[in-house]
Design a protein around this ligand. Sequence first.
Ligand code: RM4
Ligand code: NI
Length: 295
Amino acid sequence: MAKDHMKLSASEYFKNDKQAVAVEPRAPQVAFPLHDHDFNEIFVVLSGNGWHILNDVPHFITCGEVFYVQAEDRHEFADVSDLNLINILYRLDTYSLKSEALDWIVEAASVPGTHNRHWQITEDVLGQVKPLTEKMHREVAHGDNLSRMMAESLFAQLCILLYRNRFSTDTADLPASARLGHVLTYLRHNCTAEIDFDEVARRFGYSLRNFNRVFREATATTPHNYLVKLRIGEAMRALRNTDASITAIAFAAGFNDSNYFSFTFSKLTGMTPSEYRRLSTVDWIAGRDPPPEAA
Ligand code: RM4
Ligand code: NI
């Protein structure tokens, strides 16, 4: 059952008909109801956390995560906490300086799977993204032809930067500030396994205290709460896509007690796992905005 959703139009966000790129800093990104667009988006999370639900699939997102969202994708932001992101909007019909890196991003996104339109960049790359997008933002504001070209070329650079850094590298030689992104990737890919944070901190070169502090500053949550949300996200996907038993799903998601799983699940979503399973749309997040009026 398709749920009502808004359709955002380029005319509201692009300065003029010719412009191919728009920059929307979201500091904060507030909860934003289900919508699609007639333009595409690439957004980068700068800090904080929240749920990003993309085509009905919930992702608990934090700092350094990059999402590529196509015009016809339906998505929303919910249950956000100090979520801070930069959203780059673009459209292909007027984009004259098209770069190959964008083609690769688009191509990767067309391969089915959770990680193909979603990846992690490290703090040092984030440090390069910020000035680039700020500059883009200033150029976009002018609206003349040269600024438009400049904005497009900066956008090409951004695509190259994001694409070049989407695959994990060896973390051993990275400075401390650049390691957190790898921790987050590691947790996302291993969240269903048993995780010992002492060991994770050590593995990525932090003392436990320093680890907790750095983690909190970047994500506005604790490592433990982050892990629980990742596991709940896994369980939600399994509840929607399989008919495995709740107990089996709880264990597969990394919980070792199915009562504790159901308790945590209900606390977070306001409904039991089986109630959630029966829902065909994502009405579950406490405090989410009511669906928009149909246009
Ligand atoms: C919203 C949110 C949406 C985007 C619009 C333009 O705050 O970031 O994803 O489509 O802005
Ligand atoms: Ni959007």
